[in-house]
Write a protein of this length. Structure first.
Length: 176
């Protein structure tokens, strides 16, 4: 796995275990002129792992991460991602996840968003605790638009850049 000339992963899905992710260029210094905050990236992976293990514990299998973390950016703000589920299972998943998570951070209710110093966008409780945002995908639109202004589903939205609409790769987290 290597970044392309645009600082993106070439378009495809990259299935990685946490061990493989920690050894990849997404965490390890790419050994070029790019400044790289390996300790911060490693911290983000540790935080992600806590949340993914909770998802696995409630039966979620398809989990994908994206955002600036999977780009050639020295210090990404966070990790963004989504997981696939059936909309009919979502209430049960939420209840079970918040039983596992003592701080009850599993919510996407806009009323739960709180400001964070230096950020214009209010953040979800999961972001405040883990610096990770994982959204359920059950066939709904993501709120992200394509080049023509069409609303995208998470799988499509996460496989392109938001500003230039360049296609890019995405990481699928798999069990080791």
């Amino acid at each position: 796995m290597e970044f392309n000339d645009f600082g993106l992963l070439p378009p495809q899905d990259y299935p990685l275990t946490f061990e493989q992710l920690r050894q990849s260029i997404l965490v390890k210094d790419p050994q070029d002129e790019t400044p790289w905050d390996e300790s911060w990236r490693s911290y983000l992976v540790d935080q992600l792992e806590i949340m993914v293990k909770q998802l696995w514990a409630v039966g979620v299998k398809e989990i994908f991460i994206d955002g600036s973390f999977v780009e050639k950016k020295a210090h990404p703000n966070d990790i963004d991602g989504y997981f696939e589920c059936d909309v009919r299972d979502l209430p049960t998943l939420l209840r079970e996840l918040n039983i596992l998570e003592k701080d009850k951070i599993w919510t996407w209710d806009s009323k739960s968003r709180k400001p964070y110093r230096g950020y214009t966008k209010k953040q979800l409780p999961m972001w405040h605790k883990y610096r990770v945002e994982l959204y359920p995908h059950y066939g709904q639109i993501s709120g992200i638009k394509d080049e023509q202004g069409n609303e995208l589903l998470f799988p499509s939205a996460f496989r392109q850049t938001r500003d230039t609409f360049r296609p890019k790769g995405i990481v699928q987290i798999i069990k080791g």
